[in-house]
Design a protein around this ligand. Structure first.
Ligand code: FEO
Length: 392
């Protein structure tokens, strides 16, 4: 892929990774991803913002073939998908200075083979003149790492946002013209790495609000030429009303738990509560994470295996605890054969969730008529709580 012009003297560079299917060996990437770098040629200084995964450096190197002199290499975020090629860029341009936050400096020195002498650190709000263009650095720690910043190109009103506002999509479209597609991918990305820091993201959104932004250029996925679309989406995810939705991640071995899940789903639906089922044996956990962003209630369905929850249900609870959704209510339903500590074990894995636990329903064997009535009562309780909370 050749460099692509965004505006005069401002180019996308990087690597479109069509084959990527898993990020951090955890996060499914059904649409691949990209590692975006950006070249800005000012009248006096030239800067490259971020790099690419080191195994794709040759692509970036080819894109830089006509760049004789690089004055600055900016590292917005030290994670290796953006920083991994920094040593090779600095080797190619030994006089370039690496510009980053003091926190990122320490991390970069820990994880990369670079010299501290090459690094200059910038303060929050500091600017870097490129001659006719000015880069302003804005600290945004805990987008999901503690060292992160974004950069605002004042004259062109472009925000280089690194992971913030990004989406895992491999596409040759420079701008994300299909907003529905970008919305889902960006929500997946937010859910999987940023949701635990939702309150901090909210403050970053407030900090960026005064900036006039024409283009957002993230480090994954297409650029945004209608910034309000992606900013409003993030604002909704961090602070919007929760949805009148119950998500039902479940696993069932002999159909007893599945029968309970189906009955609860039907009873909730009858009461106007939307339901999303996720069979944990086969589900894309990214879809589950997306649903966690704004669901009012989680009900985990699990059989009892070896005296505890099914490991797939335990993994789901562990993941939800790590992602810290804003969900208000949680319950557990399931079936056991002769005993166990399923509820106690699952409840012990979710200390981070600020949820009200609604009385779990654990039954012996296949659900009886009485058990189904208990599930109907659970559905009624959830519907009433959602109504009281004004979930939409
Ligand atoms: Fe895209 Fe946090 O790295």
């Amino acid at each position: 892929m050749n460099p692509r012009k965004i505006k005069d003297n401002i180019y996308w560079m990087g690597y479109i990774d069509w084959d990527a299917r898993l990020f951090d060996e955890l996060i499914p990437l059904p649409d691949g991803t990209s590692y975006n770098a950006y070249l800005i040629a000012g009248s006096e200084k030239t800067v490259l913002i971020d790099t690419v995964e080191p195994q794709f450096f040759s692509e970036l190197e080819a894109q830089l073939k006509d760049v004789a002199k690089l004055d600055y290499l900016v590292s917005l975020h030290a994670e290796q998908d953006h920083s991994g090629s920094i040593p090779r860029v600095l080797a190619k341009y030994p006089n370039a200075k690496l510009v980053t936050t003091p926190k990122a400096k320490g991390i970069l020195l820990d994880i990369l083979d670079i010299s501290a002498d090459a690094i200059i650190t910038v303060a929050d709000g500091e600017t870097l003149s490129l001659g006719d263009k000015t880069l302003e650095f804005i600290y945004t720690p805990w987008v999901h790492w503690p060292e992160t910043m974004v950069a605002y190109l004042q004259e062109d009103k472009i925000l280089f946002s690194c992971d913030f506002f990004g989406s895992h999509i491999a596409t040759t479209y420079l701008f994300g013209s299909d907003e529905a597609r970008v919305y889902e991918a960006a929500k997946r990305y937010y859910a999987e790495v940023m949701m635990p820091f939702g309150n901090t993201i909210k403050k970053h959104l407030q900090k960026l609000a005064p900036y006039a932004i024409d283009i957002i250029a993230p480090s994954h996925g297409p650029l945004h030429k209608r910034p309000s679309f992606i900013i409003d989406a993030h604002t909704d995810w961090v602070a919007g009303a929760l949805k009148n939705v119950v998500i039902l991640p479940y696993v069932s071995m002999h159909n007893s738990t599945k029968t309970m899940v189906d009955h609860l789903a039907a009873m909730l639906s009858d009461r106007g509560v939307r339901v999303e089922l996720f069979n944990l044996s086969v589900t894309d956990i990214g879809k589950l994470a997306i649903a966690l962003v704004d669901a009012g209630t989680i009900v985990i369905g699990t059989p009892t295996v070896l005296a505890g929850p099914h490991p797939a249900a335990a993994y789901c609870a562990f993941l939800a605890n790590a992602l810290r959704p804003r969900t208000k209510y949680l319950s557990i339903i399931g079936s056991y054969g002769w005993g166990g500590k399923t509820v106690e074990t699952l409840a012990g894995t979710i200390p981070n969730l600020k949820v009200e636990i609604i009385e779990p329903i654990l039954i012996k064997g296949f659900p009886t008529e009485q058990d189904l009535q208990s599930l109907e009562s659970l559905a009624q309780t959830i519907a009433e709580k959602h109504k009281e909370q004004g979930f939409i």
